[in-house]
Design a protein around this ligand. Structure first.
Ligand code: MG
Length: 159
């Protein structure tokens, strides 16, 4: 039995924060604002995992109003979602994600991001895809005020 899940997230780019995407710190003069470390890519993937098993969303599991998770490493959010997936008896077939941003150019970092994300997910790099897109100058993302990520995951029931 297979289950598909979809996730999307957007965070504002601000001065004075590191840019962390897929658990990787990228060189850029701004970073993503958030109650957590702002990792919109891990949030989109985490939401896709929860969606695939019908377990709600990360806002419910990790409410922004909770002061104890301020600045939380999003890898911990992902790990909790992976735990729920395993508890339901599913494993990841593959993950496909988009990172939509005008800057920085992600191409030189994609292979490293894929390898790191695969290690966080406990899968092989061949099961993970991250695509870099721009927003053609449109909207807040095109104006370099925000970065948007989306992801689909496919899960398969353990045998
Ligand atoms: Mg988020």
């Amino acid at each position: 039995m297979m289950r598909v899940g979809f996730g999307e997230d957007i965070h504002l780019l601000v001065e004075g924060r590191p840019l962390i995407l897929g658990g990787v710190k990228l060189p850029y003069e701004k970073g993503l604002l958030g109650h957590s470390d702002g990792d919109a890519l891990l949030h989109a993937i985490s939401d896709a995992l929860l969606g695939a098993i019908g377990a709600g969303d990360i806002g419910r599991l990790f409410p922004p109003s909770d002061p104890t998770i301020k600045g939380i490493d999003s890898a911990l959010i992902l790990r909790k979602c992976l735990g729920l997936v395993a508890k339901e008896g599913y494993h990841i077939v593959n993950v496909d994600a988009n990172v939509v941003t005008e800057e920085p150019r992600l191409r030189p970092h994609i292979d490293g991001m894929v390898a790191h994300l695969a290690s966080l997910l406990g899968v092989n790099s061949g099961q993970v895809s991250i695509k870099a897109k721009t927003n053609e100058g449109c909207d807040a993302v095109g104006e370099k005020k925000a970065i948007r990520c989306n992801a689909v995951v496919l899960l398969e029931k353990d045998v």
